[in-house]
Design a binder for this molecule. Structure first.
Ligand SMILES: [Fe+2]
Length: 547
């Protein structure tokens, strides 16, 4: 997310949902009977050893959409929505495939009666999760965008990033928010989602991609939190929170409990859909929705009324009571610990609501996106009080600065002593944010911190509004490693069970690979770069946990 991105979104907005409607209507007539599967992607079912969900979309409504797997034919559940800005209808399908064997490979095909490829339907293979304390690999990044550079924040690296996932052949991928930035392209949200879905199908049809919502999944007139586009496309594990399905969830793979959160619910920063002005954002006439006036932002902090945090506590407590769980890994989009200077920085809301729970239940690892770079923290536990400064006045402010349990970068970290945070917003946008803060007074690393909401304020230009950057700073004593060479990369995690070889310690080997040269302009050298398929190792380290 860029602080100024609302302005660029506005350019797309003024081009106008209304103006695009005629061409769209023509396309819609030819697409109406086209049930050809596209945007095919997998997610884990409620038990990854035995169930997956196969999801897809089609240009028009599919007739008898279904999955073939072995001798079984599984009808797909049909879900649709009408985009609140363009009035366009989106058709999606979700087939829940259960009764699978652990650690097994399955071939499947996706089709419909009006599938244009009916003679040779789309087919792929996937693997179910292993049972027990098995070794497995997963990968992660966020902030992927699409390779179609017609869209705001999209960039060619997005295609290479998907290929990078495939090259590492993980069991699954964690996509930690800001999937495609459709809300920065308000006239064409469904088209952006389509380009995103067709790009990541290259990998997501072969292995589950497990997403969490980011600020750019929040769209005007698309549901109570603006998440209808996201929720319609994904079927995610059940969280048993009525009214909040799909927004957060957990699943188990081997000895790891994975917890996926929606930080939009707790962050102070206001970074979702926004109309900067001076023009209003006018939805297509057929939607019946009034224009969104300049200065309007879709701010959803607190939307679950504490339900998500209560669920998180129950989930973490149950995980730590379970003898078969070694590791707890959390993904969310926004950052509790980020020292990007060009990005958003850290948010006190996460530190207040969730870091105490991460401490109490010994969360090992937190994966975030949002800032388009790579940063690793030392293990942190507890907080240092009253060490932040308000940017405007210099007065002391309590940023609840996470306390590092060590500042020795040994390459091996015992996460029973503290939680490691990784910023992985390095997927594929055209806006790398790999410039980091320094405290000019003492040369220490410095992080910006949101300690209050940055709601839109009127600028000196009539009818033009802006949202401020973070209001506080702190010396980022928790920051261990920052990649200054590029804003693009992928993290690869190898979970290795305890054995005699590892002295009875379970471990996770983490390797971050980066795509040097992919930055459109290298912040350190000013050299112009271009998308690249070459991902090389940036660093490797190991998390350990005595049992
Ligand atoms: Fe973001």
């Amino acid at each position: 997310m860029l602080a100024g991105a609302g302005g660029t979104g506005l350019l797309a907005a003024t081009a106008g949902p209304a103006k695009a409607a005629t061409a769209r209507a023509r396309r819609a007539r030819t697409a109406a009977n086209n049930g050809t599967p596209e945007q095919i992607h997998l997610t884990w079912g409620d038990n990854p050893t035995s169930s997956v969900v196969i999801s897809w979309a089609s240009p028009g409504r599919a007739s008898r959409p279904r999955v073939r797997i072995g001798q079984r034919v599984i009808p797909a559940e049909f879900r649709t929505y009408t985009d609140g800005l363009s009035g366009e209808t989106v058709w999606t399908y979700h087939a829940k495939v259960g009764g699978l064997r652990p650690g097994a490979t399955y071939a499947y095909a996706v089709t419909a009666d009006n599938d244009g490829n009916a003679a040779d339907p789309f087919s792929a293979t996937f693997r179910t999760a292993p049972q027990g304390r098995a070794a497995f690999r997963f990968t992660s990044f966020g902030d992927l965008a699409t390779p179609n550079t017609s869209w705001v924040l999209s960039y060619g690296q997005s295609a290479y990033a998907v290929e990078a996932v495939e090259s590492f052949q993980p069991l699954f991928h964690l996509l930690n928010g800001d999937l495609c930035y459709a809300n920065l392209n308000p006239a064409a949200q469904p088209e952006v989602w389509r380009d995103f879905g067709n790009n990541n199908q290259t990998s997501a049809a072969n292995r589950p991609w497990m997403p969490c919502p980011g600020n750019h999944e929040v769209e005007f007139y698309n549901g109570p939190q603006g998440l209808t586009s996201y929720l319609t496309r994904y079927t995610l594990p059940e969280n048993h929170a009525p009214g909040f399905g799909g927004r957060w969830y957990s699943f188990r793979i081997g000895s790891v409990l994975f917890v996926s959160l929606d930080a939009d619910d707790v962050v102070y920063q206001d970074a979702a859909a926004f109309v900067a002005g001076p023009a209003a954002l006018t939805p297509a006439a057929g939607t019946g929705h009034p224009p969104v006036q300049p200065g309007t932002s879709f701010y959803i902090r607190g939307y679950s009324g504490g339900v998500q945090t209560a669920w998180l506590e129950r989930t973490l407590a149950a995980g730590r009571r379970d003898e078969s769980v070694d590791w707890v890994i959390v993904q969310m989009h926004q950052c509790a610990l980020s020292s990007s200077a060009t990005g958003n920085g850290s948010d006190l809301g996460i530190r207040q609501e969730w870091l105490p729970l991460f401490d109490r239940y010994q969360v090992d690892l937190v994966l975030n996106g949002h800032d388009h770079d790579y940063e690793r923290s030392f293990p942190v536990r507890g907080a240092d009080a009253d060490v932040g400064r308000e940017v405007a006045t210099g007065t002391v402010v309590n940023t609840l600065r996470p306390h590092p349990v060590t500042t020795t970068d040994s390459g091996v970290f015992d996460t029973s002593q503290g939680t490691v945070h990784l910023i992985l917003g390095c997927g594929g946008t055209d806006a790398p944010l790999d410039e980091y803060g320094t405290d000019t007074a003492n040369g220490e690393r410095q992080a910006k911190v949101f300690t209050r909401a940055d709601r839109p304020v009127l600028t000196s230009t009539p009818d033009v509004y802006a949202r401020a950057a973070a209001d506080a700073v702190e010396d980022a004593v928790w920051s261990a490693r920052r990649d200054t060479s590029t804003g693009y990369g992928i993290a690869v995690f190898d979970v290795e069970p305890a054995s005699a070889e590892t002295s009875g310690q379970a471990s996770i080997k983490v390797t971050h690979y980066h795509a040097v040269g992919a930055d459109p302009v290298n912040p350190a050298t000013g050299v112009k770069g271009a998308p690249t398929p070459d991902y090389t190792e940036f660093e490797t380290f190991r998390l350990v946990r005595p049992r």
